[in-house]
Write a protein that binds this ligand. Structure first.
Ligand SMILES: C[S@@+](CC[C@H](N)C(=O)[O-])C[C@H]1O[C@@H](n2cnc3c(N)ncnc32)[C@H](O)[C@@H]1O
Length: 260
């Protein structure tokens, strides 16, 4: 039996349910259905989020030449985890995953299937303590070389704008120029009424409360960094592979920015 309370839905497991995964409990599934009833397009949002992650990592490992990734709020392993996408482009890529959910920890071995040339590591850590994450990540990553900090569908668990900005800037502040930050974030200004009701239901019982941000609010998280084209945009429209992908009705903002 797990040694945590499975009667309370947890965002990692509800997200797993939305994605069609099996690492969730009845309380997570019930919340998954309640939120989907408020916003049926959620299924498209979570798929578009994973597709955005894969395209961003492909861009970073490919065009941008990044070989180190710090992926915070990793989630339960699913298809196209960061190290798999990065190491398909550059097998020597090194990845550190960070999450604080015990179910993610229980499945961490699926994240540790690195190529022999590269490395992947998992840290049980909290985004709200970036100093501890940076200290532990330094066992695997060389902070003298560029790093891509991946904050995929996780900054909306930090409700206070000043705290959210401080976390992003503490993380990228520890990285050399030429490093990157990638963020995807649930939107308050796309399908606004349905999204608000969906989040109201989610926040009734989950331990972490979700805070939606609008496009300007997400853009502010990148302050002082150079956004790569096309800037902060609907995640589905960030360098899409196909028109169908771009047309996904996903209520998420996404962007990638480079440290000068
Ligand atoms: C919506 S899932 C996103 C997973 C993955 N990044 C993706 O986009 O597919 C959010 C993840 O962030 C994790 N998370 C939430 N708050 C966190 C925190 N303060 N520190 C570390 N992880 C956190 C949750 O446990 C969950 O696994």
């Amino acid at each position: 039996m797990p040694d945590f309370d499975t009667s309370v839905p947890h965002v990692a497991r509800v997200y797993d349910y939305w994605l069609g995964g099996t690492d969730n409990f009845p309380a997570d599934r019930a919340m998954g259905e309640r939120t989907l009833a408020a916003y049926p397009n959620l299924v498209y949002s979570v798929r578009a989020n994973r597709a955005f992650l894969a395209r961003a990592v492909r861009y970073l490992a490919g065009q941008a030449g990044i070989r180190q990734f710090l992926d915070i709020g990793t989630g339960i392993p699913t298809a196209n985890n960061t190290h798999e996408v990065a190491q398909r482009v550059a097998p020597e890529s090194r990845i550190v995953y960070v999450d604080h959910d015990p179910v993610v920890l229980a499945h961490a071995k699926e994240l540790l299937t690195s190529t022999p040339e590269g490395a992947s590591a998992y840290l049980d850590g909290d985004l709200r303590d970036p100093g501890a994450i940076l200290a532990a990540a330094a066992d695997t990553l060389d902070f003298g070389q560029p790093v891509a900090v991946m904050l995929i569908a996780v900054m909306h668990f930090v409700g206070d704008d000043a705290e959210a900005s401080a976390i992003v800037h503490r993380l990228i502040g520890a990285c050399v120029p030429g490093s990157f930050v990638t963020i995807s974030h649930a939107a308050s200004d796309i399908d606004a009424a349905q999204m608000a009701e969906m989040i109201r239901r989610l926040n009734e019982t989950t331990a972490e409360k979700t805070t939606l941000r609008d496009r300007a609010g997400v853009t502010r998280l990148f302050e002082g960094l150079d956004l790569v084209e096309p800037g902060v945009i609907r995640a589905a429209e960030w360098r899409p592979d196909t028109e169908a992908e771009a047309a996904s009705p996903a209520a998420l903002w996404g962007g990638v920015a480079r440290k000068r």
